[in-house]
Design a protein around this ligand. Structure first.
Ligand code: G
Ligand code: MN
Length: 280
């Protein structure tokens, strides 16, 4: 009963956020561990809800599940995608945006059911055109669940969007039940290794071996690996020694409101200073 009430409360919160426009995007960088002297070039846009009473922004990871059970997942995904693309389109036309690295990508989380909607590729194309956002700026983060739904259709949709320039990241890898075969079959640019897995690497040799294998697979198949949830310099150094390509987590930044990218936070350095320090 308690769980059910909590679920209902999350659904209400989400619906209020969508209705009152108090659902917004925050950004968090990933650092390129192979070129840490370059500015960060990967920014994930994360959903946050504002508490009307306190004004504080937060996000409960169980919100997506609440949206799914409450039947508003489609609405949530499309809201977030529209918001992200509209903001980015606007922002990238501002004079200060000329300093943004040409290769910088902005990643948005969408659920597999949205990706698999028949009309999704056309709707996405339309949004990108409407807001004049080059598809090369957009990365879609999807979870392993995509493989459980309809891997063949997922592959077709991803190939089609990728041929237009959109890139794809597999998110939270290591939390689902997916076989490694899907990493081979799906056209992926990034595989983001879940924070629980990264944490276990410090203690479990078997987890380290799996990560090393994924890194190797990435080199052969052409996707880059990303360590999620990196919080300390020690972990940063460790994931670099494992050969992981990028690091994301509180070590790069706490998520920052994206509504004000012109504040300059978008131009973050790439972690070279910290990597040099932790090696000393
Ligand atoms: O599922 P996905 O990987 O997109 O979720 C990212 C979530 O993880 C965000 O809500 C973000 O706030 C959170 N997060 C980002 N960096 C860290 C971190 O270093 N530690 C922890 N515990 N959570 C993080
Ligand atoms: Mn993500």
């Amino acid at each position: 009963m308690k769980g059910y009430l909590a679920l209902q409360a999350r659904q209400q919160q989400l619906l209020a956020g969508l209705r009152d426009d108090t659902l917004d995007l925050f950004g968090q960088h990933a650092w390129d561990l192979e070129q840490p002297e370059l500015p960060a070039q990967y920014v994930e846009l994360l959903s946050r809800l504002q508490d009307p009473a306190t004004g504080r922004w937060s996000w409960d990871e169980r919100m997506v599940e609440a949206a799914r059970l409450g039947g508003c997942l489609h609405r949530l995904d499309h809201h977030v995608l529209r918001l992200a693309i509209a903001r980015l389109g606007c922002y990238l036309r501002l004079p200060e945006a000329r300093h943004i690295p040409a290769g910088m990508v902005f990643a948005v989380n969408i659920t597999p059911t949205t990706l698999l909607e028949e009309s999704f590729p056309d709707q996405l194309r339309q949004l990108l055109d409407d807001h004049q956002l080059p598809p090369q700026r957009l990365c879609l983060e999807i979870t392993e669940q995509v493989a459980l739904h309809n891997p063949e259709q997922a592959k077709r949709t991803m190939q089609r969007l990728r041929s237009q320039g959109v890139s794809f990241a597999m998110d939270d890898f290591g939390t689902g039940m997916t076989s490694l075969g899907y990493l081979r079959d799906l056209p992926l640019d990034y595989v983001k290794i879940d924070k629980s897995f990264i944490r276990r690497c410090a203690m479990e040799p078997s987890s380290r071996m799996v990560v090393e294998f994924i890194v190797q697979l990435g080199r052969e198949l052409g996707f880059r690996t990303v360590a999620e949830g990196v919080e300390t310099a020690a972990t940063l150094h460790d994931v670099q020694s494992l050969g992981i390509g990028l690091a994301q987590g509180y070590i790069t930044t706490r998520p920052i409101p994206f509504s004000r990218p012109s504040d300059g936070w978008i131009f973050a350095s790439g972690g070279a200073a910290l990597l040099a320090q932790s090696q000393a």
